[in-house]
Design a protein around this ligand. Sequence first.
Ligand SMILES: [Zn+2]
Length: 634
Amino acid sequence: MPFSHSLSKSLLLTIVLGGSVNRFATAIDEPTAPPQHAPATPHSSGNPWPPPDTSVSWTSPQAAGRRAVRLQLLAFNDFHGNLQSPSVASARPVGGAAALAGQIRALERTAPGHTLIVHAGDQLGASPPVTSLLHNEPAIEFLNLLANRQCRYGDAMRFFDAAHWRGQPDRCNVIGTLGNHEFDAGPEEIRRLLGGGNASDGPFVENPYRGSRVPYVCANVIDRRTGRLLLPAYAVVVLGGIPVGVIGAVLRDTPSLISAWASENLTFLDEATSINRAASELSRLGIHTQVVLIHQGLEPVANGDGYGWQGPLRHIVAQLDPDIDVVVSGHTHNYTNALLPSRGTTPVLVTQAYSYGVALAQIDLRIDPVTSDVVAKSARILPVWADVAPGYPGDSDARQLTDAAQAMVAPRVARVVGQLPQPMTRAVSAAGESSLGDLVADAQRAATHADIALMNPGGLRSDLRAGPVTWGDVLTLHPFANHLVTLDMTGAQLRSLLEQQWPTDASAPPRIFKTSGLYYSWDAARPRGARVVEACDASDAPLEPQRHYRVTVNDFLANGGDGFSAFKALEPREIGPLDTEALAQFLERQERAPELQSPVTSAPIPISPRIARADLGQAPLCAAAGSGQPQTQK
Ligand SMILES: [Zn+2]
């Protein structure tokens, strides 16, 4: 049957009914673990689940026979306001505030007064409605309930004078840093969330909202209006008589991940340089147990007997000051437990515990009380199961917080907007396409009557189950409230934009748009800038370089997000509805279509290909392709 890109076929109907040949079903790359999304890429699914039950450790040759003080770090990252269990892995519930807090408190009891709880950013933002509709305050309240009495309101952004650590030791047991998502609503909102003060509208989970009792540190962000750091670079806490320096940092590329206005008064500095400046200050003060919380991460690459580690954090760690012992990482939502080389002779212990509170890193430090330096260190990444102890039945304070927040948002999220006969997921084909991405792009194109819609993969924050889809599900999938923007682009501009999906850094994975009304093949073997082999529109006509197309993207992309700077210069722009409204309306309309009343199945939805990989032998998708492939292959 000939493959056609007529408007109706290219919309949801094609996916659900499987109306065209499903050549790529076997190429679908199922995520192995529940967390898998922040910078979603076709190549980032190397995470084991559950995490390997092994410990990574290092011991100094000088450690033998010495008395050592044991300290424990409990670390999580990229919680993203997931008060409720975010997903099911291995058919079991994982994460959720109650389970995470329950497990943290159980581990803390094994080393009371010797435990420091840390997080590596993206504690909030890109959150489900239980947090986002309450202005992200529940994500901070969650930290507050882990904090001991030494952590005080008003101190979260206090510039601590580390020279006084002996005279006035700080014994607060929780410290965090900022991720890119803390910057989503700009620095004033960071100050409000940490320092307190009610948001403009309720409902309020705490009234008046008092802010964070947990101090935040970040060494590499300057507030240009004051010329000073936005937050303190580091904090020093004294545990078991040992001073521990905790340095924070966020990825330097944060401005490319947030709206332009949110970073206009901020300068993001080189991570390693900023961390090292803080590290040498700490060393001068006699603080030799040093922990970095950084919102940047690695990708695990399975090899014969374990994992190799790739990604931008590797280069940062390699430059770090030799006094730094541990790096708690985040952002990539991955499993990480590694000893990596830094500038010094001893390796740095680097961890990351997936995301959304589904796991945590337990890091064990042995410290020589005479030198106050680390003589041994080890780490395990522990799953946070929500159906067995210590995550079950979970912490009652955290459960109360979750229940209260849920009750407040329930009236606003319960409305059913549509029904899906099958699940729609972010699992990508080898070419970078997903059923959920296709659905969302179709919804955006339909909402604006554009020729083409392009969606950034990082904007899809959760999958949709089969059955009823609620407004809450839509808000969870699209937590950013992005407006749709329709731009006028020539075929030539579109083509060059597609080429930008492969970053200049060859080791970085491509960022493949989810498409509607656009079909193309690419070839990984061809040079950068010439990877797109053929491209056509919904009517199967090749993209014409001179022709003008109406192209819908969200305002994050329209303002140059994800490094797609070419969008920024395009004028005029039509501002359309919110992404959430577009999707909800699309689902509402689809629900009424009788074709969709097919039986619900749990089988993976077949993807009718919009993007193909020529280097994998996949057939071209455009009738008039210049590739010379015979039409009968369709
Ligand atoms: Zn992040």
